[in-house]
Design a binder for this molecule. Structure first.
Ligand code: GDP
Length: 407
């Protein structure tokens, strides 16, 4: 079976970055729910949240952390890579940032930017990870999208591209106006899928004003959009969406959405934005490495020799699993791979895709994908695995900032 570019273009290797308590677990859980990966609703407080525990392990009372969970949305595969929010795991954050192509930064609509959101944001900056911001907890007393966006602008310095206008506030937060399509999305209690309709009359003028401001902002940043804006005095929804995608991928702007993960509001538009704006493995630079003093780049192409990076190793009911980002080539079940760090060759016994509620066995994994390998015993977090006939040691992740203590 050959893998074509269309398949790679439909992969999103995604991380969720947040200050502890901003709602990362709840957002992740709702994503898995919305994508149908899990049909049971897990709540954080009762310990049934699917990303915190491998369900197979959970049954046996062993708690382990799944490093990556795959799900599907709108013809795309989203590999959700766990990124610890806690500063104590700085190395782990570095490794996960290295293997993902895009991220959703979750903020609390009351607290705005908090210290840990700032540190992971800076780490993501260093890795050049394109981001979308999700202002969560819009249902909380004191929630204020405008203030949260201002705090993002002032403390993190991106150009915020706010693509939604909330409908209702705090307890009465019921939906959003999608400023790209100029439609409203309203959620019924408990429902993840919004009812779409026209922009409510009471918000009509404000929606037009904000859409206009968004067009002006993107036109200033993007020459092609500026041309259309100058010629026609406005931007079509198609041009606006394409421009938002370009600006996200270059890091010149950060699309901002809002919602309430707890109330299951805003998750589907967030998934739509992940698919529309964040890059696929084809859109990011080729991986770099070296062998015998010679530097080499290897493209995200299934046909070139295999090279992958192990970013986490853990135990599961199916044995020791090495989570790998396949950067180049194809790795097949039964293949022999080389670990340049240890000088050992090893056989890939099994290739697994970890879904929220089960492991799926694969015959092969190709460039761009994230899978778990069983059998590669010498692999550690940070190890390269490659084709023994075409050795390559991948560049290590960018070093973490030195810890600065403030007296
Ligand atoms: P994490 O530490 O970032 O993973 O955050 P959690 O997902 O564990 O959420 C922290 C707390 O905030 C939990 O008590 C959640 O129930 C709560 N929470 C998460 N999302 C929302 C939300 O949209 N609205 C409100 N009011 N609470 C939320």
């Amino acid at each position: 079976m050959r893998t074509n570019n269309a398949t790679l273009a439909a992969i999103r290797n995604l991380g969720i970055l947040a200050h502890v308590d901003a709602g990362k677990t709840t957002v992740t859980e709702r994503i898995l729910y919305a994508t149908g990966t899990t049909h049971k609703r897990g709540e954080v407080h009762d310990g049934t949240t699917v990303t915190d525990f491998d369900p197979q392990e959970r049954d046996r009372g062993i708690t382990i952390f799944a490093a990556a969970v795959s799900c599907a949305w709108d013809g795309h595969r989203i590999n959700l890579i766990d990124t610890p929010g806690h500063v104590d795991f700085a190395d782990e954050v570095e490794r996960s940032l290295r293997v993902l192509d895009g991220a959703v930064a979750v903020f609390d609509a009351v607290a705005g930017v908090e210290p840990q959101s700032e540190s992971v944001w800076r780490q993501a900056d260093r890795h050049g990870v394109p981001r979308i911001a999700f202002v969560n907890k819009m249902d909380r007393a004191g929630a204020d999208l405008g203030r949260a966006v201002e705090s993002i602008r002032q403390r993190l310095h991106p150009v915020p591209l706010v693509v939604q206008l909330p409908i209702g506030a705090e307890d009465g937060f019921t939906g959003v106006v999608d400023l790209v399509r100029m439609r409203s999305l309203v959620w019924a209690d408990g429902a993840g899928t919004a009812v779409e309709g026209p922009v409510p009359e009471s918000l009509g003028e404000e929606a037009v004003r904000r859409r206009r401001a968004l067009e002006e902002t993107v036109a200033e940043l993007h020459p092609a959009a500026l041309e259309e804006f100058c010629e026609r005095g406005t931007l079509s929804a198609g041009t606006l969406a394409a421009t938002l995608r370009d600006l996200t991928r270059t890091g010149d702007g950060v699309v901002v959405l809002c919602g309430s993960a707890y109330r299951n509001r805003g998750i589907e538009p967030l998934l739509d934005a992940v698919v529309a704006y964040l890059p696929s493995p084809l859109d990011v630079p080729a991986v770099r490495g070296a062998h015998d003093g010679t530097e080499e780049e290897r493209a995200a192409d299934p046909e070139v020799p295999f090279a992958g990076l192990v970013f986490k190793v853990n135990a599961s009911s199916t044995g020791r699993l090495a989570y790998v980002r396949v950067y180049a080539g194809t790795v097949e079940k039964g293949d022999t791979v080389w670990n340049p760090g240890t000088g050992r060759t090893e056989r890939v016994a099994r290739i697994l895709r970890v879904m929220a509620d089960r492991h799926v066995q694969l015959e092969r994994a190709v460039a761009g994908d994230i899978v778990a390998l069983a059998g590669v015993k010498s692999a550690r977090a940070g190890s390269t695995l490659c084709d023994p006939g075409a050795p390559l040691l991948l560049e290590p992740p960018v070093a973490a900032d030195p810890v600065v203590s403030v007296a």
